[in-house]
Ligand binder design. Structure first.
Ligand code: AMP
Length: 282
């Protein structure tokens, strides 16, 4: 870690701007676009790969989460990443480590409802990574929109000397957001999955016409279930900044959803008044 800090300090000493892109690996084109996007904002790019146990609940897929470090390293090298940081669990959580970080309000509801400890785990690991690397900026995908809002709040509240930046969701041609967990979808589920994006686009269209959100969202949930989705954990219209619930598109907003096809989760989000539709999947 000392070598890492020293390297970053050397870069910054000669006026180079350093970006950190935290990931859990199993890198796909969405991650690589995020890294390339970060490279537009900075002179040096550090990518971290760490499958963070503290953000997984006891029934979640920590053990099964895909791990492909060699392949990931090759992909990162091919796009000019300056430094890959892949610490072990004992480096990130040494014996005796107990400090917790919670970001109330913005962590609650949406993904936080079904995963009550998730964002505390994210906040804890991202704080550690930011303090280890000390970058100028850290870049996160809008695919995980609530996470991005949690991390912006965290950095602001703790006066962390880093700019937290969002990056647009990258999708497959049919609109499904690229995600490491798409690998869990069966062929049949993969065919159904893009309906979520289609549904969000339709919702966004109606909201832009001034429609009330609640009846539209209820109807969309029903038709997604009829089409093969087994559970819509949530489908909500929220303010883009701060995530307050909205019933009309009265300010820049996002449609946020987490939906399940059998055991696979898809998370989607959409539409600010000034933004195109966004959809994401985890
Ligand atoms: P993960 O490895 O899933 O923790 O993701 C690492 C970073 O990549 C997070 O900031 C994600 O939001 C971002 N990310 C993952 N998939 C995409 C995507 N399809 N488009 C844009 N960003 C993404």
């Amino acid at each position: 870690m000392l070598a890492l800090r020293q390297k970053v300090r050397q870069w910054r000493a000669v006026g180079e701007r350093v970006a950190l892109v935290p990931t859990m690996g199993a890198l796909h084109e969405g991650h690589l676009a995020l890294v390339k996007g970060a490279a537009q904002q900075a002179d040096r790019i550090v990518v971290s790969i760490f499958v963070n146990p503290s953000q997984f609940g006891p029934q979640e897929d920590f053990a099964a989460y895909p791990r492909r470090e060699q392949e990931d390293a090759e992909k990162l090298m091919a796009i000019g990443t300056d430094l890959l940081y892949a610490p072990s669990v004992t480096v990130m959580y040494p014996q005796g480590d107990v400090t917790q970080i919670t970001v109330p309000n913005v962590s609650e509801g949406l993904c936080g409802a079904a995963r009550p400890t998730h964002f505390a785990g994210v906040a804890r690991i991202v704080t550690k990574l930011l303090l280890q690397v000390l970058p100028d900026i850290a870049v996160f995908g809008e695919k995980d929109y609530q996470q991005l809002q949690v991390l912006k709040r965290l950095a602001e509240d703790l006066f962390l000397p880093v700019e937290i930046q969002g990056f647009p969701t990258q999708r497959a041609e049919d609109g499904l957001a690229l995600s490491s967990r798409n690998a869990y979808l069966t062929e049949e589920e993969r065919k159904i999955a893009p309906l979520l994006y289609e549904s969000l686009q339709n919702l966004a269209g109606a909201l832009h016409q001034g429609a009330e959100a609640e009846p539209l969202l209820n109807a969309a949930k029903e038709s997604l279930c009829a089409a093969g989705f087994t559970k819509i954990d949530y489908l909500e219209l929220r303010a883009a900044e701060g995530l307050a619930p909205l019933n009309h598109l009265s300010e820049p907003a996002r449609l946020l959803t987490q939906s399940t096809i059998r055991c696979s989760h898809l998370v989607a989000m959409s539409c600010g008044k000034h933004d195109p539709l966004e959809l994401c999947a985890i």
